[in-house]
Design a protein around this ligand. Structure first.
Ligand SMILES: NC(=O)c1ccc[n+]([C@@H]2O[C@H](COP(=O)([O-])OP(=O)(O)OC[C@H]3O[C@@H](n4cnc5c(N)ncnc54)[C@H](OP(=O)(O)O)[C@@H]3O)[C@@H](O)[C@H]2O)c1
Length: 252
C-alpha cells in the first residue's frame, strides 16, 4: 500500500509511452513542482532524487560543482531506464542555480555545512519551501543525542533563511539505504514547520516517495526527529539494520 504513489506514477508514465502519448508525461511533469536537491550528490540526496524522479517530478541535482552534479544526474537517469521508468526529467546545476530553478528545494548536506550552504542560496529561496533534511549529528559520537543550542537543525535553517522561506524539516529518520531502493518503505516521516500549508506540500512529497508523512507541529518540534536519528543510529549498530519509525494508534 505504501508504494502506491510511486507505482501509480510509473505505471502512468509507461502507459503514456506505450500509446505514444509523450505529451501526457510532459504535461504531468509540468503540473508538478520542480524539486532541487542541494547537496543532492550524497547518500540521502540521491535516494530522494530517485524517489521523486520515479514519481514523475522534475528533479534538479545540486552540488558545489557542476561536474559532480552532472555525474549524479546521469547516474539517476540511467537507473530510471534500468527500472523501466521513462520520461524522467533530471537536471544538474551548482547549488545556487539549483535553488533558483526550484519551486521547492530540499537540502541534504552534513550539519557542519548547513549554514554556509544556506547563506549561499537563501535569496534564491525567497517565497519558496525549503525541506531541511539536515540532522545535527556531531561526529564522532553520532549515536549520542547532541542537539544544538538553537534547538534543532530546522530552527537554525529558519533563522538563517528568514521568514520569507517556509522551512519544513523532514526525512531525518529515513535511512538513505532504503530510499535508494525502488520499492516502498515501511517507515513514517515526521514533518515539522511553522506553516501548515508548507507542511501539507511536503507531506505530498513524502507520499510520492512511498512513505506516510505526519504533521509534527512547529519547526521547534523537529528537535524530536533530530534526536531520534541518533537513537536510530544506535539501534542500527546494535541490531545490524536500517531502522525507521512508525506512528501507531491511527485507528483509535
Ligand atoms: N545518510 C542517511 O541515511 C541520512 C538519513 C537521514 C538524514 N540524513 C542527513 O542528511 C544530510 C545528508 O546526509 P548524507 O549521508 O547524504 O551526507 P553526505 O553523503 O556525507 O553529503 C551529502 C552532500 O553534501 C555535500 N557537501 C559535503 N561537504 C560539503 C561542504 N563543505 N559544503 C557544502 N556541501 C558539502 C556533498 O555534495 P557536493 O560535493 O556535490 O557538493 C555531499 O555529496 C545530513 O545532514 C544527514 O545527517 C542522512
Amino acid at each position: 500500500m505504501l508504494v502506491e504513489p510511486i507505482l501509480q506514477s510509473s505505471v502512468k508514465q509507461r502507459l503514456a509511452f506505450k500509446f505514444n502519448q509523450l505529451e501526457t508525461v510532459t504535461a504531468m511533469s509540468e503540473t508538478l513542482p520542480v524539486i532541487a536537491i542541494l547537496g543532492g550528490t550524497g547518500d540521502l540526496g540521491t535516494g530522494l532524487a530517485r524517489r521523486w524522479a520515479q514519481a514523475g517530478y522534475q528533479v534538479v541535482i545540486g552540488s558545489r560543482t557542476q561536474e559532480k552534479a552532472q555525474v549524479a544526474a546521469d547516474e539517476l537517469a540511467q537507473l530510471m531506464v534500468e527500472r523501466g521508468v521513462e520520461g524522467v526529467e533530471v537536471k544538474a546545476m551548482e547549488n545556487l542555480a539549483a535553488a533558483e530553478a526550484a519551486d521547492i528545494a530540499a537540502m541534504t548536506v552534513p550539519f557542519a555545512h548547513q549554514t554556509s550552504t544556506l547563506e549561499l542560496v537563501k535569496h534564491a529561496l525567497d517565497g519558496k519551501i525549503l525541506i531541511d533534511v539536515t540532522v545535527p549529528l556531531v561526529p564522532p559520537k553520532v549515536a549520542r543525542v547532541q542537539l544544538p543550542e538553537q534547538g534543532s537543525a530546522g530552527e537554525i535553517a529558519q533563522a538563517v533563511v528568514g521568514e520569507n522561506v517556509r522551512v519544513v524539516s523532514a526525512f531525518q529518520n529515513v535511512a538513505a539505504h532504503h530510499l535508494q531502493e525502488g520499492q516502498g518503505m515501511d517507515c513514517d516521516v515526521l514533518v515539522c514547520g511553522n506553516k501548515k500549508d508548507a507542511r501539507s506540500e511536503v507531506i505530498k512529497l513524502v507520499e510520492a516517495a512511498g512513505m506516510r508523512g505526519f504533521h509534527g507541529g512547529s519547526i521547534a518540534n523537529s528537535a524530536a526527529a533530530d534526536a531520534l536519528t541518533s537513537v536510530l543510529i544506535f539501534i542500527n549498530k546494535q541490531y545490524s539494520c536500517h531502522a525507521g519509525i512508525k506512528i501507531t494508534g491511527l485507528d483509535d
